[in-house]
Design a protein around this ligand. Sequence first.
Ligand code: HEC
Length: 136
Amino acid sequence: MKDLLYVLCFLGGFLFLQGTEVLGVEHTEKKNPAPVQIHEVSFTKERKGKALYLHYCAVCHGPTGGGDGLNAYNLDPKPRNFTDVSIMSKRSDEDLYRVITQGGAATGKSSLMPPWGRVLKEKEVREIISYLRAFK
Ligand code: HEC
């Protein structure tokens, strides 16, 4: 008799759980799992780079990287157009890092490109570079 009670309780519990399942109550399981981690990391890096770029670089290089910032008309040579793939594809990340941190004068380019090595941390320069790579 006692055993039968146990069985009934078990069955009751089982049916109860099945019931909630059938009614579709609260499916907590996510349909889309989180995207691959590597993508998320580089995406955040690029986004941080964008904020820094707009703050420090856009005035010359332009808000969309076209080398046409507010200050560009004033400069000769013109600031680099980052959307120019024929040039940007020839620059390694290290080339860009050197010009950005040391400035034009120290790297055989125009002194109109200021050095940012004392203003920006290495991590920030890398974030900006990953944003420059996103211009098309
Ligand atoms: C005062 C204007 C000015 C500002 C601000 C400025 N740049 Fe420049 N930048 C220039 C000019 C002008 C050149 C072109 C130098 C040349 O061609 O000799 C240049 C060139 C460059 C180059 C070299 C591209 C190549 O051909 O190799 C890079 C990279 C660059 N800038 C990145 C940046 C970044 C990143 C920032 C913001 C942190 C920035 N610049 C802010 C004026 C500016």
